[in-house]
Write a protein that binds this ligand. Structure first.
Ligand SMILES: NC(=O)c1ccc[n+]([C@@H]2O[C@H](COP(=O)([O-])OP(=O)(O)OC[C@H]3O[C@@H](n4cnc5c(N)ncnc54)[C@H](O)[C@@H]3O)[C@@H](O)[C@H]2O)c1
Length: 341
């Protein structure tokens, strides 16, 4: 079976994807510098799928280490590139660090792939590239809006770099997956999202509130033009996001693509409001959420959800897991995290 490099493979989405790749039969090698993940994730992956992936710890921007890696790990067929910083608020405070890591690491890996003749690339993009959409559901032909954060801008720059590279090199093939709102955790409770400071996002904040780490969950805005007044997002279970990568990889490696660079939305195609997520959490876990509705937060878009037609038809992939499964699995993971983790 093909050997695949997963950068950022001990992180949240990366670790779930590694599990799905191994379970599909792929040989997986990870590079991660552990700046936002833990080494023991490798043992948890082994507990889930019976095989521990090969692991190399270094920063992708270290080009010497990367070239030495490709010389050692021969026969890599494809790279799935997750490694990046991901906190939107932090990117506003530390823009240069974000450009350095999120653009720099991609340049570094793409250069090394060219040197070592690896021509298949899957990139972690984001629905943030669409900004406040004009039309719902959002399909892949929707205009890319000016980024509202350095983080969002790094995703746009990465997509442009990949597109330019594909145009310049007829051997190179790539797929960008624009994730909507990945949440949840593996149903084993062994892997999930690690908290990074005070969460910006609903689910980690919610689970930390119920877990006693935060006092109250603030719901930003109860007066949006939505049925219950709160923002609507397309939440997707992280395991469904992971299986989308296996589908994208199969597409690249079998040569079964229409264009050498393709972009797919990865969502469920259905939006849920913040209050619906809270209700689902309370129903699936039996816990009560202490929340309060506060003022709108600048920069929040009222409603986003994906058109998934392209991914459903071309990747032969569909998100399967319900919102209740997402909230239940997120809570199981939070309970397994020790205080202070
Ligand atoms: N989680 C989301 O909601 C979401 C949504 C859209 C897009 N994305 C993108 O998906 C990707 C994965 O996100 P995640 O939620 O799994 O994040 P994560 O922080 O859990 O995982 C990223 C991993 O990359 C590693 N890493 C970062 N910079 C590195 C470097 N220079 N060298 C080596 N390793 C490095 C980190 O240690 C971490 O393990 C990111 O590119 C992110 O921007 C995430």
């Amino acid at each position: 079976m093909d050997k695949v490099l997963v950068t950022g493979g001990t992180g949240f989405i990366g670790s779930h994807t590694v599990v799905e790749l191994i379970e599909t039969g792929y040989d997986v090698v990870i590079i991660d510098n552990l700046c936002n993940s833990r080494i023991d994730t490798l043992d948890e992956i082994a507990k889930i799928c019976g095989k521990k992936p090969v692991f190399h710890q270094f920063d992708l921007r270290d080009e010497n280490a990367l070239n030495a890696f490709f010389e050692k790990e021969k026969d890599i067929s494809a790279v799935i590139h997750f490694a990046a910083f991901k906190a939107v608020g932090q990117s506003v405070k530390h823009p240069i660090q974000y450009y350095d890591n999120n653009v720099g690491a991609t340049i570094s890996i793409l250069k090394a792939m060219a040197i070592h003749g690896v021509n298949n690339f899957i990139f972690s993009s984001s629905a943030t590239v669409y900004g406040d959409p004009d039309v719902l559901p959002i399909d892949e032909s929707a205009p890319i809006k000016p980024a509202t954060s350095p983080y969002g801008n790094t995703k746009q720059i990465n997509e442009e770099m990949i597109s330019d590279l594909v145009s310049s090199n007829s051997s190179f093939k790539a797929i960008s997956l624009r994730y909507f709102n990945p949440i949840g955790a593996h149903e084993s409770g062994l892997i999930g999202e690690l908290p990074l400071g005070v969460p910006d996002n609903l689910i980690p904040y919610l689970t930390q509130t119920v877990g006693g780490l935060r006092d109250v969950l603030s719901v930003f805005g109860g007066d949006y033009d939505t049925p219950d007044g709160t923002c609507i997002r397309d939440y997707i279970h992280v395991v469904d996001v992971a299986t989308a990568h296996v589908a994208a990889l199969n597409r690249l490696l079998t040569g079964n693509f229409l264009e050498r660079y393709e972009v797919f939305n990865i969502g469920t195609g259905r939006g849920f409001s913040v209050l619906e997520v809270i209700a689902s959490f309370e129903k699936s876990t039996g816990e009560r959420v202490n929340y309060q509705i506060v003022d709108r937060r600048p920069g929040d878009v009222p409603v986003t959800f994906a058109s998934t037609t392209l991914a459903n038809n071309h990747l032969q992939w569909k998100a399967k897991r319900s919102l209740d499964e997402m909230t239940r699995d997120a809570w199981r993971w939070q309970k397994n995290l020790k205080r202070g983790d």
